[in-house]
Design a protein around this ligand. Structure first.
Ligand code: URA
Length: 220
């Protein structure tokens, strides 16, 4: 698949996706400094027959960018995978490594932007360039019932990927959006980043509460 074939984008960009010049330059820097790291567009993790899709922001430098699996190896992943296990969305133990044997249950995890950005901050053009993959990711999940957006950037990108107006569906922690003509519910949570948990913006209870809402909708 060519990542440049935007007429029919697939749900997963090539590992060496060339679309964003700044991210490609950063990838080359990271490859030079850490040749043993993954350093590529991080593929989604989980089963595309799942009912739940979790959308993060972008790979963390020392997490997904290093290990090649979303949220794997960084602080945000510790809370995300612990909470998923608590609500029955995974089997096995999370070991912060892609070979830990962890299996997601009825869930998939992806990122709005698939390559690690400098300072963890993708620019608008990068989110726009990556959005066709998110649109295709959503379209390639026939059983989708719930999309959990981690943070406002993920929320905005999911809405744009679906052609929805942002003003009609404002981001708020634990908000649920059921837009007309969309077959699934969109849930919002503050991002499970170290910054948000250290500042108390997001507690583990608040995060778990959002998963309870999803679990209630999906059933056991
Ligand atoms: N790791 C990811 O893969 N995504 C995030 O949003 C944060 C950390």
């Amino acid at each position: 698949m060519s990542p440049l074939n935007m007429d029919r984008p697939t749900a997963e960009p090539a590992e060496n996706c060339p679309l964003c010049p700044r991210l490609v330059a950063f990838r080359h820097e990271n490859k030079a400094a850490h040749p043993d790291w993954f350093n590529g567009a991080v593929p989604s993790f989980g089963d595309d027959k799942a009912e739940l899709l979790i959308v993060g922001l972008a790979p963390g430098m020392q997490g997904a960018n290093k290990t090649g699996r979303p949220f794997t190896g960084d602080y945000a992943g510790d809370l995300l995978y612990e909470t998923m296990a608590e609500h029955g969305f995974s089997k096995g133990s999370y070991g912060a490594h892609p070979d830990d044997g962890l299996v997601l249950v009825n869930a998939m995890i992806t990122n709005a932007v698939r390559c690690v950005p400098p300072q963890n901050k993708p620019i608008g053009a990068e989110a726009t360039a990556c959005r066709p993959f998110l649109t295709a990711r959503l379209a390639a999940m026939p059983n989708l019932k719930a999309v959990l957006c981690l943070g406002k950037i993920a929320h905005d990108n999911v809405l744009k990927a679906l052609g929805l107006r942002l003003a009609a569906h404002p981001f708020a922690h634990a908000a649920m959006h059921r837009p007309a003509n969309i077959e699934f519910t969109i849930y919002d949570s503050y991002h499970c980043s170290r910054y948000n948990t250290n500042t108390g913006r997001l507690t583990s209870e608040m995060f778990s509460h959002v998963f309870s809402l999803i679990r209630r909708d999906l059933g056991e």
